[in-house]
Design a binder for this molecule. Structure first.
Ligand SMILES: [Zn+2]
Length: 67
């Protein structure tokens, strides 16, 4: 039997985050909120998701902080 499965990390943009001063590029901008999780799929159907995390990411240099 042929079984098509995979592991992957998904990132989804969930909106605008807080206005922060970036520790790397020192610009003060509104950061983007991103949700990330790992998932296991069989025939492209997600069966399990774990390690959910939320990030806020600087729109200029891409630095991400958990929060
Ligand atoms: Zn930055």
């Amino acid at each position: 039997m042929f079984l098509l499965f995979g592991f992957g990390t998904k990132r989804r943009h969930i909106g605008m985050g807080a206005t922060r001063t970036c520790p790397r590029c020192h610009n003060t901008t509104q950061w983007a909120r991103t949700k990330q999780f790992k998932q296991f799929t069989v025939f492209f159907v997600p069966l399990a998701r774990w390690k959910r995390e939320q990030f806020e990411q600087c729109g200029i240099c891409g630095t991400a902080v958990q929060g």
